[in-house]
Design a protein around this ligand. Structure first.
Ligand code: G3P
Ligand code: MG
Length: 242
């Protein structure tokens, strides 16, 4: 008899519904609320420093208005979350290196979503891989992106990394695309997931991870279809239900 496997609960942007997104504080809350992993967004500053932030520009979550490409590492000291008078080191834009160390400390797997805001894919791949080179947790990590050219560059430069392709709508060529980058995972918007897609992905040996799953009823349905991981702003809600 097949025993159904529960999907992993992955905190989206750390745990965006419970803390300031993509911060060390969000990582800690995700761990405390029953997540097994986190998804975080990586971007590159003008000096090549890889940081964890969703937007290409300041102003939505963090103070300021400049594009990240006009910032350098020391500038991070002057930026604080909007709505907070003062931030601690846990509530600021972290470097990718610091965030990975923090995830290690609390025992969470990491899905590093690399955003590409107009960079050359190979250059960006090299920047991110330079941070990951001395990080020993290949086994529990995934590099994901909407940008298939970036993933292809990583597949060439660092073939041992697990790669996930993020898509909102599944094109008819999805199987060929995933084969082309020797993917580990299809990271699909929850509205586009069907039982048939999950079954087909599994026949190829790919995981299916779905985002952003905040409703426990949706989580239960996707779990019943065999989705492997649920990326959520509210790991607490899903941990309570599943
Ligand atoms: O990793 C999937 C998801 O995070 C993609 O959307 O905009 O929240 O980074 P976004
Ligand atoms: Mg993301």
């Amino acid at each position: 008899m097949n025993v159904p496997v529960k999907p992993k609960i992955v905190g989206h942007r750390g745990a965006a519904g419970l803390a300031i997104e993509n911060t060390l504080a969000a990582v800690e809350i995700a761990a405390r609320c029953g997540a097994q992993g986190i998804e975080i967004d990586a971007q590159v500053l003008g000096d090549g420093t890889v940081v964890v932030h969703h937007d290409a520009q300041l102003g939505r979550v963090m103070s300021g208005h400049l594009p990240l490409q006009q910032l350098t590492l020391p500038d991070l000291d002057k930026i604080h979350p909007l709505g907070l008078v003062a931030s601690t080191h846990k509530e600021r834009i972290p470097t990718l290196r610091d965030l990975l160390a923090h995830a290690d400390a609390v025992g969470l797997a990491v899905n590093i979503e690399v955003k590409n805001d107009g960079h050359n894919p190979e250059w960006l791949a090299r920047q991110v891989l330079s941070v990951l080179a001395d990080w020993p947790r290949h086994d529990s990590a995934l590099i994901s992106s909407f940008d298939i050219e970036l993933l292809a560059a990583i597949a060439l430069l660092a073939p041992t990394w697990s790669l996930g392709w993020i898509v909102a709508d599944l094109p008819s060529s999805w199987v060929e695309t995933l084969k082309g980058i020797r993917a580990t995972s299809l990271n699909l918007h929850e509205a586009a997931v069907t039982e048939a897609v999950v079954r087909e992905a599994h026949t190829h040996g790919w995981l299916v991870q779905s985002w952003t799953v905040n409703e426990p009823d949706v989580a239960e349905r996707l779990s019943g279809w065999g989705v492997d991981a649920l990326i959520t702003d509210y790991p607490d809600r899903l941990a309570d239900r599943l």
